[in-house]
Design a protein around this ligand. Structure first.
Ligand code: ATP
Ligand code: MG
Ligand code: MG
Ligand code: MG
Length: 472
C-alpha cells in the first residue's frame, strides 16, 4: 500500500464514521505565537478544544503537515540516526470536540490498524498512562488485548498537556514490534529508544482542565486528539524497517543519488545516511518555503537555513560540488503536488529560493570545512572545539552552531557552547554600537530580488516573515 493510499484510507475510514475532512493547516501556526512550527494535528484546532471557536462539526479528520525542528519538539538531531524521525512529516489524526471519548476512540484506532490496514495484532502492543484504568480496561476488555500487551507508563510521556494550564489528559500509544532482529526495547524500558518498537499512533484523552494551582478539574465534555505518523505506517505496511525505504522517499533518494552518482541500495552506510538527510531536509525546506518561511538569520528562517545547510554539507560529503538541492524541488512537487497543491503552484519560486541559498553557502562551505578540520585536528574523543573557532565558523563562514556540532558528533567531539555564546554576545554589543540609528535591515533583501524575478505569484513569504522573525 502506497503512502498516498494509506493517507486516503485513513481519511475515508474516519469520514465513514462521521468525521469531516479538514485540510492541513500551514506550517506557521496562525494563532499561536508561542509555537515555532505546526508540530501536530491538533494545532489548528487549539481554539476549538479550548471552546473559544465553534465549528459546524464535532468530529474531524486530517492529514497535517508537521515540522519538528527547533522549538519544543526537535527531531533535527535524530534525522539520519533513527529509522523513524523526520523534520517534516505528515500526521494523520482524528479529533472529537466534546463528542466521542475513549470508548469509541480506542476501538476506532484498533479497527483501523487491524481491519483496514490488516496489521498482525501479534506485532502490536499499546501503552496507557499508569493511572488510567479506564483506558486499560477498554484495551483489555472491549478490544480484548491480553493484559501483558498493555504497558502502564508512569511518566509524562503518557500524559499530555497543552500548556502549564488548560486542557490535558492521559495518552495511549500503539507500537509496532519489528522483532528481535532490530535493536531496542519495549516502551518504558531502558533501551526504548531503539527502532525495534516503533510508536505509530498516539491517542490523547483530553479530560482535565488544569488550573493555575495545578488542580486537575474534569472537563464537562472531554475530547480526543490523535496523531499517527504516515511515514511510519507506510514503513510497516511496506515491510520496511526504515521510513526512508518507503515509496514516500524513493523518488527523492533516487534523484539525489543520481546527482551524486551513488546508488541508494548499494552505496556505503555513510552515503545512505547522507542521502536520507538530504531527502528529509529537502521536504522540510520545500514545505516551509511554500508556507512562507524564508532563509534568514533569526527565528523560523534560521531553522530553515540550518536545515538547508546541513543538507548541503551532506551533498558535499557525497562529492556533489554544485548547487543541487533546487533540482529536487521538481521531484518532490511531482510526487506530492497533487495532495499539497501549494508545492505544485510555487515550485519555481521555491527552487529559485533554494538555489539562491545554495549559491550563498557554496562560497564559504569548503573554506569553513577546512578551518573546522584544522582546528579540530588536535582534538580527541571527549574534547570540545573552542568558542572562538565556533564563532569564526558561524560569523565568517555561515556555519550554524548545530551544523558544526553535527559534523563533530560522530568523532565524539563536543562544542564549547558557552564560549560561542560569549562571542555572540560580544558581537551583538559591537554591532549595536556601530548600527545605532541606521535602521537598515538587509537580511532578506536578496530574497526580495528573487521575488521580483519570480513576479506576480501568490507567494506570501515576504509578508509573513517579519511576523515570524519575532519568534526566536
Ligand atoms: P517518538 O516517541 O517516536 O519520538 P512522539 O511521542 O514524539 O514520537 P507524538 O508527539 O506522539 O510523537 O506524535 C504522534 C505521532 O506522530 C507518533 O506516534 C509518530 O507516529 C509520529 N511522529 C512523531 N514524531 C515524528 C517524526 N519526527 N517523524 C515522523 N513521525 C513522527
Ligand atoms: Mg518524539
Ligand atoms: Mg513517544
Ligand atoms: Mg507519542
Amino acid at each position: 500500500m502506497t503512502g498516498n493510499e494509506i493517507r486516503k484510507r485513513f481519511i475515508q475510514y474516519f469520514q465513514k464514521h462521521g468525521h469531516t475532512h479538514e485540510r492541513s493547516s500551514g506550517l506557521i501556526p496562525r494563532n499561536d505565537p508561542t509555537l515555532m512550527f505546526t508540530n501536530a494535528g491538533m494545532v489548528q484546532f487549539k481554539s476549538v478544544f479550548l471552546g473559544e471557536e465553534k465549528r459546524p462539526y464535532t468530529r474531524a479528520v486530517t492529514s497535517q503537515k508537521c515540522v519538528r525542528a527547533g522549538g519544543k519538539h526537535n527531531d533535527l538531531e535524530n534525522v539520519g540516526r533513527t529509522a523513524r524521525h523526520h523534520t517534516f512529516f505528515e500526521m494523520l489524526g482524528n479529533f472529537s470536540f466534546g463528542d466521542y471519548f475513549k470508548k469509541e476512540a480506542i476501538p476506532f484506532a484498533w479497527s483501523f490498524v487491524t481491519e483496514e490496514l490488516k496489521l498482525d495484532p501479534a506485532r502490536l502492543l499499546v501503552t496507557v498512562y499508569s493511572e488510567d484504568d479506564e483506558a486499560f480496561d477498554i484495551w483489555t476488555q472491549d478490544v480484548g488485548l491480553p493484559p501483558e500487551k498493555v504497558i502502564r507508563i508512569p511518566t509524562n510521556d503518557n500524559f499530555w498537556s497543552m500548556g502549564d494550564t488548560g486542557p490535558c489528559g492521559p495518552c495511549s500509544e500503539i507500537f509496532y514490534d519489528y522483532g528481535p532482529s532490530v535493536a531496542g526495547g519495549p516502551p518504558g524500558s531502558e533501551d526504548e529508544d531503539g527502532d525495534r518498537f516503533v510508536e505509530i499512533w498516539n491517542l490523547v484523552f483530553m479530560q482535565y482542565d488544569r488550573d493555575s494551582d495545578g488542580n486537575l478539574n474534569p472537563l464537562p465534555k472531554p475530547s480526543i486528539d490523535t496523531g499517527a505518523g504516515l511515514e511510519r505506517i507506510a514503513s510497516v505496511m511496506q515491510g520496511k524497517q526504515n521510513n526512508y525505504d518507503t515509496d514516500l522517499f524513493q523518488p527523492l533518494l533516487r534523484a539525489a543519488g543520481s546527482i551524486a552518482g551513488v546508488d541508494y541500495v548499494s552505496c556505503s552506510d555513510e552515503q545512505r545516511v547522507s542521502l536520507r538527510v538530504i531527502a528529509d531536509h529537502i521536504r522540510a525546506a520545500c514545505f516551509l518555503i511554500a508556507d512562507g518561511v524564508l532563509p534568514s538569520n533569526e527565528g523560523r528562517g534560521y531553522v530553515l537555513r540550518r536545515i538547508m545547510r546541513r543538507a548541503m554539507r551532506h551533498g558535499k560529503l557525497l562529492g556533489i560540488e554544485q548547487p543541487f538541492m533546487h533540482q529536487l524541488v521538481e521531484v518532490l512537487a511531482a510526487h506530492m503536488g497533487d495532495v499539497y497543491t501549494e508545492l505544485a503552484e510555487q515550485r519555481n519560486a521555491i527552487a529559485l529560493i533554494i538555489e539562491t541559498e545554495e549559491k550563498r553557502f557554496a562560497k564559504t562551505l569548503s573554506a569553513g570545512l577546512k578551518i573546522l578540520e584544522e582546528n579540530a585536528a588536535g582534538l580527541k574523543a571527549g574534547d570540545v572545539l573552542d568558542g572562538q573557532t565556533l564563532f569564526t565558523l558561524y560569523d565568517t563562514y555561515g556555519f550554524p552552531l548545530d551544523l558544526t556540532a553535527d559534523i563533530l558528533r560522530d568523532r565524539n567531539i563536543g562544542v564549547d557552547e558557552e564560549g560561542f555564546n560569549a562571542h555572540m554576545a560580544e558581537q551583538r554589543k559591537r554591532a549595536r554600537a556601530a548600527w545605532a540609528g541606521s535602521g537598515e535591515e538587509s537580511v532578506g533583501a536578496i530574497y526580495h530580488e528573487v521575488q521580483e524575478k519570480v513576479g506576480g505569484s501568490e507567494f506570501l513569504g515576504y509578508v509573513t516573515e517579519s511576523a515570524s522573525g519575532a519568534v526566536a
